[in-house]
Design a protein around this ligand. Structure first.
Ligand code: GDP
Length: 475
């Protein structure tokens, strides 16, 4: 009898310990996904969710170790962490891909979130003794990389920002695009009583100029919210623009003594407001929480568009990485020391190249990031470069030409024509500008592949990314 009682006690104690242990060992990852517009963020998150939700069904994830070991019990979606942030539109993405013809998911325009719960069997050690199963809460946040490009604004005042923009606007490659808005800005009477409507009109033209630069392939464009305003569309906080030093001189304006209520005072106030109430809160409310980050880079798109685009993308990535290399700035450290421990860079849309070119693509990405990476290593962040096709839209094949086998990529164009191409060799470093004069890169947009019911999204290397991001928390 005494034996039974003590057995019951031990059993109860064991169950309680396991319950408490489960609470203690339940884990959490705040994974952020970013990249500049069209880099493939929405496609990536849609595929990531699909692979995880289908992990024990139709997903092909041989390099995801926890899955390979048969330890994933199940994955489900749960209510997201912050219900004031938009919900990532996963269902819409799957619905679009399932249509005939299939549609690519709607691209990122602001911040959105989703939460997945991953139940798994523990591997070994104390954690296994404390409880059999574990639960990893995975919060995924999607946000535009353009917003990170605003970080350096926090360390600039209005005068410095104007000087920086004036240089960019007069750059040979952008001078023509900026000419109309520069003319409008130069005609503005800076000391006249503030005219909100007029300022709005010029600010909208300034935003339109930035969009034209983006279409022309430029990537380092500020302020980020002018391109992707999110919920700030139409708000006066975005109604400012830079003025030139010559204009300030001609109108006898001293930026340290502004006439209250004047046009120039409004511009300077809005610039400050933007920094304090738009840029800073993003870092404090969101960025600070992230502990893992994936940055998607459309290297192939930049090669398509030419040297200026490639070069600008490299510059933009270096600015963007300043957000992670917080060790370099005391101000940033004080404000929002991020706790990111793993950072992965992925060259996206790798289904545009033949598989023998994959190593070159990763080398190209590495060469883009070389300088900025040194700083990250100093900060102790584990970084990794890879390539992915989140939604694989092509097949590799072989064709014969002059008796030789040539590797090709086969897919459908957006108007449904079948396309076979040898997209050429991917350079391992940025080619010289002259290269583009003789030769062009051609990585065309493929039609979205149709997702059949019961299938998981076809991909390249999503399993390796999942393993790098999650496996150490699923032990
Ligand atoms: P976002 O602006 O970063 O959210 O970019 P999206 O995820 O919306 O991707 C932009 C476009 O890139 C898509 O509409 C597709 O045309 C293309 N794309 C994205 N991912 C892939 C991919 O894995 N393969 C291919 N072939 N195209 C892709």
């Amino acid at each position: 009898m005494a034996k039974t009682k003590s057995a019951q006690f031990l059993n109860k104690f064991g169950q309680k310990a396991k319950l408490a242990g489960a609470r203690l060992t339940d884990k959490h990852i705040n994974l952020a996904v970013t990249g500049l517009s069209q880099s493939g963020k929405t496609a990536f998150i849609s595929s990531l969710m699909n692979q995880l939700l289908e992990v024990n069904e139709s997903a092909q994830l041989p390099f995801f170790s926890t899955h390979r070991e048969g330890r994933i019990i199940g994955v489900k979606r749960s209510t997201q962490m912050d219900i004031t942030t938009s919900r990532f539109a996963y269902e819409d993405a799957i619905e679009g891909l399932s249509k005939q013809p299939a549609q690519w998911p709607q691209s990122t325009t602001g911040i959105s979130q989703v939460r997945l719960l991953i139940r798994y069997k523990k591997k070994s050690g104390l954690a296994k003794w404390l409880s059999e199963d574990g639960c990893l809460t995975l919060d995924i946040t999607d946000y535009p990389g353009e917003w990170l490009l605003d970080l350096p604004l926090l360390e600039m005042d209005f005068a410095q920002w104007c000087e920086h923009c004036a240089k960019e606007m007069r750059d040979v490659q952008r001078a023509d695009l900026s000419a109309p808005v520069r003319k409008q800005i130069d005609n503005l009477k800076l000391n006249a009583l503030g005219d909100e409507r007029h300022l709005q009109e010029i600010a909208e033209n300034y935003a339109a100029y930035l969009t034209q630069c983006q279409v022309a392939g430029f990537q380092l464009l500020q302020p980020g919210r002018f391109l992707l305003p999110g919920e700030l569309l139409g708000a006066p906080v975005l109604h400012f623009f830079p003025v030139s030093q010559s204009q300030l001189n001609m109108q006898n304006i001293d930026l340290s003594k502004l006439k209250k209520g004047s046009n120039i005072a409004l511009l300077a106030e809005r610039f400050e407001h933007y920094k304090q109430h738009v840029v800073r809160p993003f870092y404090q409310q969101h960025f600070k929480r992230f502990d893992r980050q994936i940055i998607l880079v459309d290297c192939l798109g930049a090669l398509n568009r030419g040297y200026h685009s490639y070069h600008d993308l490299q510059k933009a990535l270096n600015w963007l990485m300043g957000s992670f290399a917080y060790g370099s700035s005391n101000m940033l450290k004080r404000l929002f020391k991020p706790k990111i421990d793993k950072l992965i860079f992925a060259a996206s849309k790798a289904d545009h190249i033949t598989s023998d070119q994959q190593t070159n693509l990763v080398k190209l990405l590495d060469s883009m990031l070389r300088d900025a990476r040194k700083q990250l290593q100093f900060d102790g962040v584990v970084t990794e470069s890879t390539l992915i096709a989140a939604i694989k839209a092509s097949k590799n094949g072989v064709v014969q030409q002059d008796g030789q086998d040539i590797s090709v990529v086969q897919g459908l164009t957006e108007d449904g024509q079948s396309l076979t191409l040898f997209p050429g060799e991917v350079p391992t470093q940025c080619p010289q500008p002259e290269f583009w004069q003789h030769q062009k890169f051609e990585f065309p947009r493929f039609a979205a592949p149709r997702l059949k019911e019961g299938d998981a999204i076809n991909h390249i290397r999503m399993d390796q990314v999942i393993d790098f991001m999650l496996a150490d928390k699923l032990q």
